[in-house]
Design a protein around this ligand. Structure first.
Ligand code: FES
Ligand code: FES
Length: 132
């Protein structure tokens, strides 16, 4: 039921941990299952230099956080905004229908971290919505 990529990122999550001097931190929770995902971003000159995550959640949530932090590294803020839950799922070669909401968590956590960065630096990021 899970793709090889999902299993790989679940068994060997990339970028697990924290960034001490993170530029932005986003924490989101999924009301459906109670799972929590936190994403740390290190941003310099508009580039996401580093990304890490901590997820207390299902295997799919771990896999989506892992791939989302991989996808976002090296991207500009604008490019990071294009990392939707759909992009996360595609990068994992799909998720079972009942696990789609876990990828929403990854998109929301990334955006929440960008929002935190924007607030801390008093800048506006076009197209970024405040966290729900
Ligand atoms: Fe639950 Fe998107 S996080 S539907
Ligand atoms: Fe909770 Fe996947 S079941 S995030």
């Amino acid at each position: 039921m899970y793709s090889d990529k999902v299993m790989d990122h679940f068994r060997n999550p990339r970028n697990m941990g924290e960034i001490d001097d993170a530029s932005g931190i986003g924490t989101v929770g999924n009301a459906k299952c109670g799972d929590i995902m936190r994403v740390y971003l290190k941003i310099e000159n508009d580039i996401i230099e580093d990304a890490k995550f901590k997820t207390f959640g299902c295997g799919a949530a771990v896999a989506t956080s892992s791939i989302a932090t991989e996808l976002v590294k090296g991207k500009t803020i604008n490019e990071a905004l294009q990392i939707t839950n759909k992009a996360v799922m595609e990068a994992l070669d799909g998720l079972p229908p009942e696990k789609v909401h876990c990828s929403c968590l990854a998109e929301e956590a990334l955006q929440a971290a960008l929002w935190d960065y924007a607030i801390k630096n008093n800048i506006q990021i076009t197209g970024l919505k405040p966290p729900a």
